[in-house]
Design a protein around this ligand. Sequence first.
Ligand SMILES: NC(=O)c1ccc[n+]([C@@H]2O[C@H](COP(=O)([O-])OP(=O)(O)OC[C@H]3O[C@@H](n4cnc5c(N)ncnc54)[C@H](OP(=O)(O)O)[C@@H]3O)[C@@H](O)[C@H]2O)c1
Length: 267
Amino acid sequence: MSQTAILGAGVMGETLLSGLVRAGRRVDHLLVGEKRAERARELEERYGVAVVSNVEAATLADTLALVVKPQDMGDLLAEIAGVLRPGQLVVSLAAGITTAFIESRVPDDIAVVRVMPNTPALVDEGMSAISPGSHCSDAQLAEVEALMASVGKVLRIPERQQDAVTAISGSGPAYIFFVVESMIEAGVHLGLPRTTASELVIQTLVGSAKMLRETGTHPVVLREQVTSPGGTTASALRELEIHKVRAAFLAAMEAARNRSRELAEGI
Ligand SMILES: NC(=O)c1ccc[n+]([C@@H]2O[C@H](COP(=O)([O-])OP(=O)(O)OC[C@H]3O[C@@H](n4cnc5c(N)ncnc54)[C@H](OP(=O)(O)O)[C@@H]3O)[C@@H](O)[C@H]2O)c1
């Protein structure tokens, strides 16, 4: 079995690490590259994984998952480029960073795959979109597919769609949490205890998500099933339209897509 190294073990790096361990990946086939000693000790204790320098990880592993902030990607690539060898696979999980950016900073015979994951990977319900770089084989893409499948669903997409994907599923959990937070606050305003409001909203979210996935029915149809003419839901939906919530979602996701493009340009 080949060795996989995770370079950058913050929120997303640890999410991937924990998912791989849960999926049964042997810890002696995993490595973590981490510069802070305290964080390294924490990860070693929590997962029993070896934490080494980036250069050592890049020397030993066959697959390198780069999970640093987009702004740190140039420095990380400069640090490891000298020890990369033919046949290695570099997988970037960073928003906005293109495969061309990485390919221009690593030796020619290194395959690159770009991934946009999301944090529900922490509970094995992640959504990852993967795109191959200019010289990545089908087998290498399949390897990344299997890597990310250990923490949820995986979709293969053309790289030009990655900025839009970042705006929808990459940042998406934050919008959903924002909606949940708003509904809980509303419940409190309506006089419900906070714990009651939280339980009502979270179960409504989980139930609605399951209905969407398990029935495969279009959301408009599901919404109409809850909306009796002249009823309570109709009154609420009218307010959402008056407050232009649909337009706000479009504007928000356009802003996220544009920010992803800017990150690619190092802005
Ligand atoms: N969080 C999400 O929801 C999400 C979703 C999709 C994609 N992503 C992508 O995942 C990447 C990481 O995001 P995150 O939320 O996990 O950020 P984060 O929590 O800040 O994690 C980044 C980690 O990288 C470490 N790091 C920085 N430079 C390094 C280097 N040269 N070598 C090794 N480690 C280094 C940081 O260590 P220090 O703290 O010591 O600097 C930190 O632990 C980003 O590119 C982001 O676009 C995140």
